[in-house]
Design a protein around this ligand. Structure first.
Ligand code: ACO
Length: 330
């Protein structure tokens, strides 16, 4: 039975740092409130002029993942990107990345699954490898959330940041690799988190947003509660499916939306925070990019060894959520 195996990781974030102190000059907030309620101290904000669009960051993260994997772009069969902030409505960010990498053989597509985009993309690539229709795949999570941030809304603008992360997958017949990915969606809660823009919906939306530019709208408190329950439940399902317990997890790499959400989820799973990777304090919530950036940082910090069980768990707009169990392979 073939499965996808992570053989390289990469990530990048924009140069510009926006601190909580900076935000005190933009909206009615304080460093103390943001730190206490979210765990965020600063975030990175793209500048389009510095080639820091979603496709630019995706390409940069991909190059470092490919370098680690020792695989050339020409050997890629598939590029899948989870994003809610594509450069354009179409073509896909993945097509721009394919062009930039000169990955001429790769089929390229974007996946829209809110903050869960990376795990949805990972599952698509892993399944393509399992069926033999694809050998080498590049899976990316990338966002320029600052392009849809309402800088007048203190309840959302303090949370968001920009960045990209990538992993390279190759086929494995051994015991290492992606053991399973579990995904769920529930569109009935879409109004908890959505973008005010649209294509087919634009006329109706313009009436409700009074001509303001497009941005993210969020009902944070109910979302918080859903996030904890959904992530804990699906992580439990993923561990049980692989006959593992929380004690077997070497590192949990969760979506970084709020440190309190991460802590509550870890507590429900009985995983101590020493075995949970967090970098939300320096990047905020970068949506689809949080997990691949965190995974790359954990990997480069030497926290992952061959044979370790890694639990990836996510939650986002849709609603969408998911968990993967990975047996680390290098
Ligand atoms: N600074 C100061 N005060 C603030 C700020 C701010 N930046 N933002 C909100 N407040 C105030 C509110 O106005 C409210 O004031 P009130 O009591 O006078 O009405 C008070 O703080 C409490 O507000 P709550 O919304 O209840 O605060 P909460 O503890 O829930 O924290 C937060 C808000 C951080 C948004 C939290 O609800 C959260 O993290 N939610 C989940 C986010 C999430 O998971 N998103 C999903 C993924 S994101 C994605 O897909 C991109």
């Amino acid at each position: 039975m073939l499965k996808g195996c992570i053989v390289g990781t990469g990530s990048t974030t924009p140069k510009r740092v926006l601190t909580n102190k900076d935000l005190e000059n933009i909206v009615d907030t304080t460093d103390e409130w943001i730190t206490r309620r979210t765990g965020i101290k600063e975030r990175r904000i793209s500048s389009g002029g510095l080639d820091e669009n979603t496709s630019d960051m995706s390409t940069k993260a991909s190059l470092s993942a490919l370098e680690m994997a020792g695989i050339s772009p020409e050997a890629l069969d598939m590029i899948v990107i989870g994003t809610v902030t594509p450069d354009r409505q179409f073509p896909s960010v993945a097509c721009f990345v394919q062009k930039a990498l000169k990955a001429s053989k790769a089929v390229a597509l974007d996946v829209s699954a809110g903050c869960s985009g990376f795990l949805y993309a990972l599952s698509i690539a892993d399944n393509a490898i399992a069926t033999g229709s694809c050998k080498n795949a590049l899976v990316i999570g990338a966002e320029r959330l600052s392009s849809i941030t309402n800088w007048e809304d203190r309840s959302t603008c303090v949370l968001l940041g920009d960045g990209a992360g990538a992993v390279v997958l190759t086929p494995s017949t051994g015991t290492h690799g992606i053991l399973s990915t579990h995904l769920q969606s529930d569109g009935s809660f879409w109004e908890l988190l959505y973008s005010s823009d649209g294509i087919s919906k634009i006329p109706e939306m313009l009436n409700t947003i009074e001509g303001k530019p497009f941005y993210m709208i969020m009902d944070g408190n109910p979302l918080f509660k859903k996030a904890v329950c959904c992530m804990a439940d699906i992580a439990t399902e993923a561990l049980e499916h692989n006959e593992l317990s929380s004690a077997d997890v070497k590192l949990m790499v969760p979506h970084q939306a709020n440190l309190r959400i991460i802590k509550a989820t870890a507590e429900k799973l009985s995983i101590p925070m020493e075995r949970v990777y967090t970098n939300i304090y320096k990047y905020g919530n970068t949506s689809s990019a949080t997990i691949p950036i965190a995974l790359d940082e954990a990997n480069r910090e030497g926290l992952l060894k061959k044979g370790d069980f890694v639990l990836l768990v996510t939650f986002g707009a849709g609603l969408t959520w998911g968990a993967s169990v990975v047996k680390w392979s290098f």
